[in-house]
Ligand binder design. Structure first.
Ligand code: UDP
Ligand code: MG
Length: 316
């Protein structure tokens, strides 16, 4: 039977933690009783440098039940890095992991379907929200805009999927080969390429405490997501530069006609012509330099080049 670790990032979650722990344990117990996962399975709380009693609660939980374990990070490194810390800690020591937020806004009752999808061969199972009724209007609109922009810019994301997902051990190991500092898991995981599945659920409102993602953090998260995946904005600058250079040809014709029809003040002709041409050339050149910087940027990430799905070798 497979060993499952449920990874729960926690940042100042003292209000929700006791209840969330109880509910998660209930789910895990029933999975164990139904022989879907092994009794060695765990719930791992990752404390992301909380300033409240979160770690105290976690460490007490680990004494209460052998299925609870805790990982205490020295400082606040953010949701994505807290998840990675959990994954890196367990990937050699379990067959599957499920990541879920501490506030249990994501529906824990689909955890069983995730495990089932994995037994049927999926290495990655995405939890996907079927509606966003529980989110505020602003959160809903900005999130939708974000997914649209991401896909326009060529990043591969799963619509309405956050970080509630199951991963097999080999998917986790593959993920850890992405060495970049600025990890945007939702964008990276779909690039892994193993077989995937989706389970759908309704997202609930937070039971207690406040969102740890205020608008400011959300915007910077979205901006990180876009800029860590796409150098297309640089391409847009190049295209704009080229457009202005071409437009300056038309401007030239207009300026020239004005000049010969004596419809101009002294100096106007040369000034206008220089502004258009130089402006366009500068923008175009910046874009070209940007292309090289963009390539360097992508290279520095040292992302893995391929993923091996299977290797059949008849070596002895
Ligand atoms: N979180 C974290 N580090 C942070 C911010 C958030 O580990 O710096 C955790 C938080 O405890 C929660 C999850 O990330 O388990 C998602 O946060 P939250 O529920 O506040 O986000 P929202 O659901 O409002 O997007
Ligand atoms: Mg939440």
């Amino acid at each position: 039977m497979k060993k499952l670790v449920i990874i729960v990032p926690c940042y100042n979650e003292e209000e929700v933690l006791p209840n969330s722990a109880k509910q998660l344990l209930g789910v895990l117990d029933s999975l164990i009783i139904n022989a879907k996962v092994s009794d060695t399975s765990k719930i791992l709380f990752v404390n992301d440098g909380s300033s409240d009693k979160t770690w105290e609660i976690i460490s007490n939980l680990t004494h209460e039940d052998k299925h609870f374990s805790g990982l205490n990070l020295a400082g606040n490194v953010g949701h994505q890095n807290a998840l990675l810390a959990g994954i890196e800690t367990v990937c050699d020591n379990c067959e599957i992991s499920i990541t879920i937020d501490a506030d249990l806004q994501d529906d824990i009752s689909v955890i069983e379907s995730m495990v089932d999808a994995n037994s049927q061969g999926a290495d990655i199972v995405y939890g996907v929200r079927s509606d966003r009724k529980s989110d505020s209007f602003i959160k809903r609109t900005t999130a939708n805009a974000f997914y649209k922009i991401m896909s326009l810019l060529g990043a591969n994301t799963v619509y309405n999927h956050a970080d509630f997902r199951l991963m097999s051990s080999r998917a986790m190991k593959q993920l850890l080969l992405y060495k970049e500092r600025n990890m945007f898991l939702r964008g990276i995981v779909p690039n892994i390429g193993y077989k995937t599945a989706k389970v759908f659920y309704d997202r609930k409102p937070r039971t207690a405490g406040e969102s740890k993602y205020p608008l400011k953090k959300m915007i910077s998260f979205a901006w990180d997501g876009i800029t860590s995946f796409s150098i297309r904005p640089i391409g847009l600058i190049t295209a704009l530069g080229l457009f202005v250079v071409l437009a300056s040809v038309i401007a030239f014709i207009y300026i020239f006609i004005s000049f010969i029809s004596n419809d101009t003040n002294a100096g106007w002709t040369s000034l206008m012509a220089s502004i258009w041409l130089l402006g366009g050339l500068q923008l175009f050149s910046i874009g070209i330099i940007g292309q090289y910087i963009g390539k360097t940027y992508l290279e520095t990430k040292e992302r893995p080049r391929y993923v091996i799905e299977e290797y059949i070798s008849n070596d002895e």
